[in-house]
Design a protein around this ligand. Structure first.
Ligand code: GSH
Length: 213
């Protein structure tokens, strides 16, 4: 059976999990956390990061690389737009999520939630700095990009939406919600993302792990 290495609370692992769920691809989740990586993990993930993927044909690292592979190998439920200009834009959103949202939103989650799970103290000074300086810039940019209705490329949820959703899920787990008074389009778009059944399912699964923490 194909294997996904990682844990569902990692935003990049959740991105792949959502793609697997939408495409209904059987897989086994092999738990690997950023805090504890198995001996020899670099043979599967050269940068020792999660997620990594292993199946009968390949071993791959990086959520974007894995998702593009899944799209080409399992094209039944399409997760990227077809038109080249839209597909390029979708890839841009994945790149933006990876390069900007992971260090900004991901750090808030890491400090407040992941460290708590690992019994380590949060650096709240770092969190406040991000919330006051970096997060507003990210939200302002996304406010200018997201549509008033539906998802980024129409009525169905695609990979670009998932790439953004996964970070907003973790931000919400860290107790930060995007205010509709400040970012009306973005807040409404996030509501639509969170109401999508696959996304809602992942949030419910996360809450089982997080419990009362
Ligand atoms: N560009 C990568 C980023 C992966 C990444 O940074 N994963 C984090 C967890 S969300 C990780 O494994 N960090 C551990 C480390 O950097 O050693 C992707 O999209 O998969």
């Amino acid at each position: 059976m194909s294997k996904l290495y990682g844990v569902p609370l990692s935003p990049m692992v959740r991105k792949v999990l959502l793609a697997l769920e939408l495409k209904q691809i059987d897989h086994e989740l092999v738990p690997v956390t950023p805090f504890r990586k198995p001996e020899g993990f670099e043979k599967i993930s050269p940068l020792k990061k999660i997620p990594a993927w292993e199946d009968d044909k390949v071993t791959l690292a990086d959520s974007t690389v894995i998702c593009e592979y899944l799209e080409e190998r399992y094209p039944e439920r399409v997760l990227y737009p077809k038109a080249p200009e839209e597909k390029a834009k979708a890839r841009w959103f994945e790149e933006y999520a990876d390069t900007v949202m992971l260090p900004v939103l991901g750090t808030v989650f890491f400090e407040r939630v992941a460290k708590k799970l690992a019994n380590q103290p949060a650096d709240e000074v770092k969190v406040q700095e991000i919330l006051q300086t970096k997060l507003p810039k990210t939200c302002a940019y996304l406010e200018s990009q997201v549509p008033e209705t539906g998802f980024l490329f129409g009525v169905s949820l695609q990979l670009a939406d998932i790439a953004l959703a996964t970070h907003f899920i973790n931000l919400a787990h860290a107790g930060v919600n995007i205010e509709s008074a400040e970012y009306p389009r973005l807040a409404a778009y996030i509501d639509r993302l969170f109401q999508h059944p696959a996304v809602a399912h992942r949030i419910a699964e996360d809450k089982k792990v997080l419990g009362g923490k």
